[in-house]
Write a protein that binds this ligand. Structure first.
Ligand SMILES: C[S@@+](CC[C@H](N)C(=O)[O-])C[C@H]1O[C@@H](n2cnc3c(N)ncnc32)[C@H](O)[C@@H]1O
Length: 436
């Protein structure tokens, strides 16, 4: 759900099809991680005009970013929980009413019309009308940061990082993230920073508050940059590949880190289980003018005997650190996901270790805020593999905030770092060196 564009034109003439599509995207995003992205290919959404698609995406992103306060306001007005479909109608209606520039009458009347279109929601049309009118009249006040996060995730962040840090993370949930770019050639930084009205961050990423179609931005078609959150650019720097080295990027798609390894002059193999997602890697490599070998395989079942100087494992994870760009992740994640993902991560780490040459190195990273997917993985791995040691990171050398360095020597980047300019994705990264 990256950088939704603002709707153009008056929103009051957006009709029921766009609102139906918004409900479908929203329901899919609540249902499962990745559900929102998958639903973008549904005809209900893809058949809309470009303007209505932009309006719909922006509305659904707003609904996810504001869902904490919206739910509290709804709960205060509902005597008993309505069916899910009715609740979702109310949530999307409230997002329009309170956080988009939709006139109140349009938000209420279209929500009531939508309720009437389906037998399961029709009996609740009166309730939808009454609750949204009450919200429109009373507003929802100024909720504190904590109100923006799902309660179970806020409790986890508080336990892991303390109250103030948890509040700092939650405070970023309602806002839109700036766009960070990784530059192909650091020498272009000043020219591109000026052209894109951006600033250069400590690691060399360019941050811009621009919105809109990236393919029209200066330097896109020339392959001068690719989109990559400044925190996501840290793990490949930690791997520190040198020209001519061999590097394996496990779980590579869509390829942000593959591009960094290729830009550093390594001979790269980019592996992912998804052939469809690997196409994005190939496209990105072509646009940037880089080469890499791409492989479709399960990382722990790849039948190939090669070992590498440097291996990067960007493991599948709960992705709770990416809520600034994907606010749906907070609401699609379930407490049970974290334990099962931690099992997958440990398995993939062991497979990645087998690919590291004696004397070579391994970086493990996840875009999760949950310690089971980060610090605990490091502890487990070091117990299982005494031939690897953790090499403490230098935040300054890899463009990470100084406070990201943990006692363990790994990097725990919180979204609230560099909050003045829009924060960072939450990331965890650790580097291991294998005995020679
Ligand atoms: C966090 S994304 C990777 C982002 C990527 N490294 C980048 O920087 O652009 C995780 C990727 O892992 C892939 N993946 C998940 N499980 C995998 C497995 N067992 N083997 C290979 N790839 C896997 C998914 O298809 C997905 O593309």
């Amino acid at each position: 759900m990256s950088a939704p564009t603002s709707p153009s034109g008056p929103p009051s003439d957006v009709g029921l099809p766009a609102r139906k599509a918004a409900l479908a995207l929203f329901a899919a995003g609540l249902e499962s991680r990745g559900g929102f992205d998958a639903a973008l290919s549904l005809p209900a959404f893809s058949s809309l005009s470009p303007r209505d698609r932009a309006w719909t995406r922006a509305l659904v992103a707003t609904a996810f970013r504001r869902l904490g306060p919206i739910d509290r306001a709804l709960d205060a007005r509902l005597k008993k929980p309505p069916p899910d479909a009715v609740r979702q109608l109310l949530q999307i209606g409230a997002a329009q009413l309170l956080f988009r520039d939709t006139p109140a009458f349009a938000a209420v009347s279209t929500s009531v019309d939508l309720a009437r279109t389906h037998p399961s929601t029709k009996p609740f049309a009166g309730l939808v009308n009454a609750v949204l009118r009450a919200l429109s009249r009373d507003g929802i006040g100024e909720p504190g940061p904590e109100a923006h996060a799902p309660a179970w995730l806020f409790a986890r962040w508080k336990a892991a990082y303390g109250e103030a840090a948890a509040q700092g993370i939650a405070a970023l949930i309602p806002g839109e993230a700036p766009t960070d770019l990784s530059l192909r050639d650091p020498a272009d930084r000043d020219v591109l920073a000026e052209a894109l009205e951006g600033q250069i961050l400590p690691g060399g990423s360019l941050r811009t508050q621009r919105r809109g179609d990236l393919s029209e931005w200066p330097g896109f078609s020339e392959g001068q940059w690719w989109v990559q959150d400044a925190a996501a650019a840290v793990p490949a720097r930690l791997l520190d590949v040198k020209p001519g080295e061999t590097a394996l990027d496990l779980c590579a798609a869509p390829g942000g880190k593959t591009l960094q390894l290729a830009a550093a002059g390594a001979s790269v193999v980019a592996l992912d289980r998804s052939a469809q997602r690997l196409k994005r890697v190939t496209e990105n490599l072509a646009r940037m003018g880089f080469k890499a070998e791409t492989v479709t395989a399960e990382a722990d079942a790849w039948k190939d005997g090669r070992t590498f100087d440097a291996v990067l494992l960007d493991a599948p994870c709960s992705a709770t650190g990416t809520f600034r760009r994907h606010p749906d992740v907070l609401w699609a994640s379930r407490p049970g996901d974290i334990g099962s993902l931690a099992g997958v991560q440990a398995r993939l780490l062991d497979a990645a270790a087998e690919r590291v040459k004696p004397g070579g190195r391994l970086v493990y990273c996840v875009c999760s805020l949950e310690p089971e997917e980060g610090e605990a993985q490091v502890e487990g791995f070091l117990r299982r593999r005494p031939d690897f040691r953790l090499t403490p990171a230098s935040p300054e050398a890899v463009g990470a905030p100084a406070e990201a360095l943990t006692a363990q020597g790994s990097l725990r980047i919180l979204p609230s770092s560099w909050a003045e300019t829009g924060g960072l994705d939450g990331f965890f990264a650790a580097r291991f060196d294998r005995a020679g």
